[in-house]
Design a binder for this molecule. Structure first.
Ligand SMILES: Nc1ncnc2c1ncn2[C@@H]1O[C@H](COP(=O)(O)OP(=O)(O)OP(=O)(O)O)[C@@H](O)[C@H]1O
Ligand SMILES: O=C(O)c1ccc[n+]([C@@H]2O[C@H](COP(=O)([O-])O)[C@@H](O)[C@H]2O)c1
Length: 198
C-alpha cells in the first residue's frame, strides 16, 4: 500500500497544505496520506505559536471525513526534536508492508541537505516535492544530485500562495481568514483566541 507521509508544523493547517496533499496523492498514486504534525519541528524552534495539541486538533478537523486522509500523533508522543528519521524508523518497523513517501514543498526540498540522517532517510523513502511559489528546486544548483535523484517532482500543478505565517499575521491584525483555512479550523482559532497576539 502506497502511503504518503506529510509532516509539518501546521501552525495552522491551511488550504495550501490540503491542496498539495491531494496533488501528491494523485501524482504518485498514493492510497493514503498521513498528516504528521511535528511536536517540536527541528528547524523552527522558538517560532511555533500554537501548542502541539491545538495544531494536532486543527489537522484532525481539517481531514475529518476525507477518504484516505488521516492524522498521526506519532511525533506528539515523543520527546526531543521531531526528527523525520526517527519517525520513519518507527513507522517502517510497525508497517513493513507499506511503501512510504514523504511529501514536502519546494522550500523544504532545498532544506534537505541540513536534515538529521538525511542519507538514511533517502535510502528508506522517496520524497514527493511540490512546487511552492518562489522556491524553484529543480533549477537550483545547490541541491546535490544524490538528493535530487530520490525526489519525485510534482510541477505544473496548482500553486497556492498561502502560508501559515500569512494566516497568523491576518488573525493578529484582525483580517479575514475565511476560505484560507477550513471552517472548522477557523472556528477553533476564533474560539481559542489563537494567533491574536504576536
Ligand atoms: N502553499 C504551499 N505550497 C506548497 N507547499 C507548502 C505550502 N504551504 C506549506 N507547504 C509545505 O508544507 C509543509 C509543512 O509546512 P508548514 O506547516 O511549515 O507550513 P508553512 O505555511 O510553510 O508555515 P510557516 O509560514 O509558518 O513557515 C512543508 O513541506 C512546506 O514546504
Ligand atoms: O529531521 C529533520 O532534520 C527535519 C528538519 C526540518 C524539517 N523536518 C520536517 O519537515 C516537515 C516540514 O517542516 P516545517 O518546519 O516546514 O514545518 C516536518 O515534518 C518537520 O519535522 C525534519
Amino acid at each position: 500500500m502506497k502511503t504518503g507521509l506529510f509532516g509539518g508544523t501546521f501552525d495552522p493547517i491551511h488550504h495550501g497544505h490540503l491542496i498539495m496533499a491531494e496533488q501528491a496523492r494523485e501524482a504518485a498514486g498514493l492510497d493514503e496520506v498521513w498528516f504528521i504534525p511535528a511536536a517540536r519541528p527541528p528547524h523552527k524552534s522558538g517560532c511555533v505559536t500554537a501548542s502541539a495539541e491545538h495544531r494536532f486538533f486543527m489537522v484532525q478537523q481539517a481531514v475529518e471525513g476525507v477518504p484516505g486522509f488521516s492524522v498521526s500523533r506519532i511525533e506528539l508522543e515523543r520527546s526531543g526534536p521531531s526528527y523525520t528519521a526517527d519517525t520513519l524508523e518507527v513507522l517502517m518497523h510497525h508497517h513493513p508492508e507499506r511503501e512510504f513517501f514523504f511529501i514536502l514543498g519546494s522550500d523544504m526540498v532545498l532544506d534537505l541537505p541540513r536534515w538529521y540522517k538525511i542519507k538514511e532517510i533517502l535510502n528508506t523513502v522517496r520524497m514527493i516535492g511540490l512546487t511552492r511559489p518562489g522556491h524553484d528546486w529543480e533549477n537550483d544548483d545547490r541541491l546535490p544530485e544524490w538528493i535530487r535523484k530520490r525526489l519525485i517532482p510534482v510541477t505544473g500543478g496548482i500553486q497556492v500562495m498561502l502560508s501559515s505565517t500569512d494566516i497568523r499575521e491576518r488573525v493578529r491584525t484582525g483580517r479575514s481568514i475565511r476560505f484560507l483555512v477550513p471552517d472548522s479550523v477557523r472556528r477553533h482559532i476564533e474560539e481559542n483566541h489563537l494567533y491574536e497576539s504576536s
